[in-house]
Ligand binder design. Sequence first.
Ligand code: FNR
Length: 196
Amino acid sequence: AQLRLLAFAGSLRRESFNRRLIPVLAEGARAAGAEVSLIDLRDYPLPVYDGDIEAAGMPENVYRLQDLLAEHDGLLISTPEYNGSMPALVKNTLDWISRPTEPGPSGTTLFRGKVAGIVSASPGPLGGLRSLLVLRDALAKLGLVVVPQQVAVGQAGERLPETGMLADERLRAGVHGVGAAVAELAFRLKGGVDER
Ligand code: FNR
């Protein structure tokens, strides 16, 4: 069966550097044989998590994201860094997905055993590196296997002038490497044959 990965940026901003980086990450995974679905979290707006909202009726976008997760073997995420951590958008999205699914079981079961690859981009010199530490930990706690490879793209204003264009060969190879590592590990965990 075809290996499928779900990719999204942890920013809603239209000119987001992380949004521009996602196609580069996807390219690496595709070169390693995976099919990649690119989604925009703008299309899945969610309120800040509130147990009262959940009790009154799960937002439809939670079920839509849970269904997407169930259909994919792993995640590719490019995250901004906000005050040394991951943006609330990313944590909020993960938290909502972890809530009970429509058939009943907890959404955390959907994450378990899936593979994730993470990168970051920031106009600053460290490229959002600190957000990767926090996101890696959060994903691991949800039961995902996060590949050790990761890349933080600093000076993103110069290096990511447009979508899919990462103007630094070494960093581009690194981001491709993260995508490829996710595809390769997911293939192995699926017990399938790498069909390249
Ligand atoms: C930031 N930014 C930022 N950058 C960074 O490298 N380290 C940081 O700790 C922070 N903190 C921070 C907090 C808040 C509240 C905002 C709004 C921004 C700057 C951030 O990297 C920049 O806005 C990026 O452009 C955000 O990513 P996108 O939207 O371009 O993908």
